[in-house]
Design a binder for this molecule. Structure first.
Ligand code: 6R9
Length: 649
């Protein structure tokens, strides 16, 4: 199909989806218009669904030049109260908040009601207090996908501590860097995690990290029951340590602009940034987006397959669903264990109504054939979502037809760690869909496309995606480095938030994200700065220089392609290739494992010494016909060497 034809392929929203929907087509138009024309009135109304210790008298107060963003600034609330206690107080304590589906399909399923959740969160909160954690302190959470991970997040929120969740797949070095950056004295972890029956040595990784940075205390949840090393005075088994804590712990009244959490994410340069979200705006944004985008209805089972270590897990496993009083499923395992039908088996087993996953998983499962889906009764599905990277129309159609039987609306939700929640999406009861397009802006979101010089592009066009107005869930700063926040997001196009994504807008006003326009690659929906992988490679004693680019990968969306030059006298070999792959895994984590290593005697550089990544990208893509102008290269001959190297691999 041509781009034109793809842009015109409509999939009608099933009429039934609009019945009783949180928002239908005409409501969307009216609500969107009001969210822009009367933003304060609109957001005050959304915010009123939450409990506030002190209601805000001010709504939005922001500027992108100079950068200063505040929402609900004189309000006081606690997101843990809104996610947990509020539902118990309203008499819904018996409603199930979390369902835990373990890695092993024969393992024990847990159903945790809101009342039980309250008890668990209080126990964790008082344990943190017993350790010495106080309001404003940073607590690192390095956990498997078990409910205790959510308890720990909510417990921090309850006492006003700032959580920094680190994905369980990260290496000891990555943990150490993040612990050090936010000066976190406390860590909550587990003995081990489980993924597809493989054990992940979480506590051992924390121990290795803490050889580089100090910590005052580590709470260890016993999950697999493994016998792990415990450092006297520093490490405590959670079940023992929490045995004598009080069973009450009031929610700390937080100012709306008090930080709620830090989440590290990759940028195009330097080390990962600690993106900071604050309490009030993030609460309102995740409550509102979850409510309208997933059109959640009481009693439904909602499942987001993300890990709580990513922003999707924060906003759409924990805070969004729980603030809405939803029942959210947490799955510890992986899509292909014990077999490629696990997702569908879990959907059938728990009668999942709303299912939210990533294109990389859809593509991987699509490759295994329809048989795995056909085995299961998926008639409970009512809304399905996609997030993390652009979904190719072929995968979209497979998801829609094979999984959703052609009748379940799909929401392709575009957003970022920095946006806190969903920004561009269709709404299930309001919009027709186009496979491959995220759709329309959510309430209060003003996307704008600009060219490389910042000129605003109107109508059907393609450009760099900016957002021109603040929204409540927007990140407020980079932890400890506000200048970097301003530099990264507000300096490319003055007065606008720049997303780093390229985007097309079609004649119907639908947005099509085309991917990153900076040196960030998206591997299986995980953001990775090419600079991070490069610095890991050059730390190896035999490597002189490295340049990393993304290239199209059937399953992962993008793969990691590394050009490596070795120090004089070093020889490349298969053995060294294996060693370098292991090296990067160890430095960053398995998600950063290079897919391709390309040894080259030199990199293409301009006379001023700048690596021409454009050329490296083209060669990695096997696209040699359109390398563009190579005349500014210091040594144009290197291009042929690189192409030879690519073809002979
Ligand atoms: C939520 C999340 C953000 C980057 C973002 C973009 C890509 C996310 C997408 C999508 C196309 C979608 N992205 N959702 N691209 N369509 N529906 O993934 O946050 O990890 O910070 O990544 O992911 O490139 O800029 P994060």
């Amino acid at each position: 199909m041509t781009d034109q034809a793809v842009q015109q392929e409509w999939v009608r929203m099933p009429a039934a989806a609009a019945d009783g929907a949180a928002c239908n087509a005409s409501q969307y138009e009216a609500m969107y218009a009001r969210s822009i024309e009367d933003a304060d009135g609109f957001w005050a109304e959304q915010a009123a669904r939450l409990d506030w210790f002190e209601k805000p008298t001010k709504v939005a107060d922001w500027s992108f030049d100079p950068v200063d963003i505040k929402w609900f600034e004189d309000g006081k609330l606690n997101i843990c109260h809104n996610a947990v206690d509020r539902h118990v107080d309203a008499g819904n304590g018996n409603r199930v908040a979390l369902i835990f589906e373990p890695d092993d399909p024969e393992g024990e399923v847990r159903h945790i009601t809101y009342a039980e959740l309250q008890g668990e969160v209080v126990r964790m909160a008082n344990s943190l207090k017993k350790l010495g954690v106080a309001k404003g302190d940073r607590v690192t959470i390095y956990m498997p996908m078990v409910p205790e991970g959510a308890f720990a997040m909510l417990a921090c929120a309850r006492i006003g501590a700032i959580h920094s969740v680190i994905f369980g797949g990260f290496s000891p070095d990555a943990i150490a860097g993040r612990v050090e950056d936010c000066e976190s004295d406390w860590i909550v972890t587990a003995d081990q995690g489980l993924r597809g029956s493989k054990k992940v040595p979480l506590k051992a990784n924390v121990d290795a990290a803490l050889e580089k940075v100090p910590a005052k205390g580590v709470l260890v949840v016993s999950h697999t029951g493994a016998d792990v090393a415990m450092t006297e005075g520093r490490d405590h088994w959670y079940h023992e340590y929490s045995a004598d804590v009080a069973d009450e712990c009031p929610c700390e009244p937080m100012n709306a602009e008090d930080p709620l959490f830090i989440l590290y994410t990759s940028g195009s340069t330097g080390s990962p940034k600690g993106v900071v979200h604050t309490t009030g705006g993030y609460s309102v944004w995740t409550e509102t987006t979850f409510r309208y985008v997933f059109d959640y209805r009481p009693g439904e089972i909602y499942w987001c397959t993300a890990d709580i270590g990513w922003v999707t897990g924060h906003s759409y496993i924990v805070y969004g669903p729980l603030q809405n009083g939803a029942t959210a499923l947490m799955f510890e395992g992986v899509p292909n264990y014990p077999d490629h039908d696990r997702f569908w088996a879990v959907c059938e087993k728990h009668k999942v109504n709303i299912f939210y996953t990533a294109p990389t998983a859809i593509r991987a499962l699509m490759r295994e054939g329809e048989g795995h889906v056909a085995k299961h009764d998926l008639s409970s599905l009512r809304v399905m979502g996609s997030v993390g990277e652009p979904i190719n129309p072929e995968a979209w159609r497979w998801y829609h037809e094979t999984v959703g039987g052609g009748t379940v609306p799909i929401v392709d939700t575009w957003w970022q760690t920095e946006t806190g929640g969903i920004m561009i999406t269709t709404l299930p009861g309001a919009h027709d869909m186009k496979p491959g397009s995220a759709g329309k802006p959510f309430f209060g979101v003003c996307p704008q496309l600009v060219d490389n010089d910042g000129a605003v592009l109107e109508g059907a066009t393609e450009g760099n995606l900016c957002i021109t107005r603040s929204w409540p869930g927007q990140a407020r700063t980079v932890y400890g480095d506000h200048d970097r926040f301003i530099q990264t997001y507000f300096s490319t196009y003055k007065g606008k938030y720049f997303t780093g994504d390229g985007c097309r807008r079609d004649k119907d006003g639908y947005y099509w994200i085309t991917g990153r326009v900076d040196d960030v690659i998206n591997v299986s929906g995980h953001r990775m700065g090419t600079a991070e992988v490069e610095s890991a490679l050059v730390l190896h004693a035999k490597v002189s220089e490295a340049a990393v680019v993304g290239y199209p990968h059937d399953i992962k969306g993008q793969g990691i392609y590394c050009y490596v030059t070795l120090n004089a006298g070093e020889e490349h070999s298969d053995e060294l290739m294996g060693e370098l792959r292991q090296w990067v895994r160890k430095e960053i984590g398995p998600i950063a494992t290079p897919d391709h290593l390309h040894f080259t005697p030199a990199l293409p550089k301009t006379r001023s010494g700048k690596i021409m990544r454009r050329i490296l990208r083209k060669i990695a893509e096997n696209d040699y016909g359109s390398l563009g102008d190579t005349s500014t290269l210091a040594d144009p001959g290197i291009v042929d060497t690189l192409i030879d190297g690519r073809m002979n691999r």
